[in-house]
Design a protein around this ligand. Structure first.
Ligand code: MG
Length: 220
């Protein structure tokens, strides 16, 4: 299968690395999960093999009966990054995309109950659709806010804005760099606003990042 690359609208492409994902970064989503925003960030990882691009399909695994969409801002790291100041975070960001943190909710719920990892519930094959990235070049030293939207078969299910995030993009870059070291090609799924819900075979999903980027994926 080989490596997949993150594609940027300025023509650049970078080999996809580790996908760091943040849980419960929007208060309303934490509440709809019967939870609250935790004191330290909730972090999990998807393998690069989970990544699919615009026009590909989410393949539902047969070991789950409850699969959810979570629309998220995805940040691409463009430069290796370790122990940085939050105010420097923008220097390490190559671009922004919209992604879907596809989740096997039944497996995740059981894992939470049993105190087990979320790796299967969150990292299965095709669990990480990501659009093309808008290059950060045009934003200077600003990390902008974006609208996030997701529809299933034309019905809007999620609509939010990244200004509602509990922990900012800069804060997450700083935190992850201090724990793991971020490398060029790594991405960060920054958490989902409220409105998550089930997807089924035959659904067609469209997710967008303001008017910049869009991803369309089928469900098979
Ligand atoms: Mg998520």
């Amino acid at each position: 299968m080989g490596y997949k690359t993150l594609k940027f609208d300025n023509g650049n492409s970078i080999e996809a690395g580790t996908m760091y994902c943040i849980g419960q970064n929007y208060a309303k989503h934490a509440a709809e999960m019967g939870s609250q925003v935790s004191e330290s960030p909730t972090v999990f990882i998807k393998p690069p093999s989970a990544y699919i691009e615009n026009g590909e399909n989410i393949i539902l695994p047969d070991f789950s009966d409850n699969i959810h969409h979570e629309v998220e801002l995805v940040v691409a790291i463009g430069k290796d990054c370790h122990f940085i100041d939050e105010s420097d975070a923008w220097k390490y960001i190559a671009g922004y995309a919209v992604g879907i943190d596809v989740t096997l909710r039944d497996l995740q719920t059981n894992a939470k109950k049993d105190g087990k990892p979320w790796a299967i519930a969150k990292g299965f094959y095709t669990s990480a659709p990501i659009s093309e990235f808008i290059s950060s070049e045009g934003f200077g030293n600003e990390i902008p806010y974006f609208d996030l939207k997701l529809s299933v078969d034309g019905n809007i299910k999620q609509a939010g804005n990244t200004s509602e995030m509990e922990r900012s993009v800069a804060n997450l870059v700083k935190f992850l760099a201090s724990v793991f070291t971020l490398r060029k090609g790594d991405v960060i799924f920054t958490g989902t606003p409220e409105g998550v819900g089930p997807i089924k075979k035959g659904n067609f999903i469209i997710a967008s990042l303001s008017n910049y980027k869009k991803i369309e994926v089928g469900v098979v």
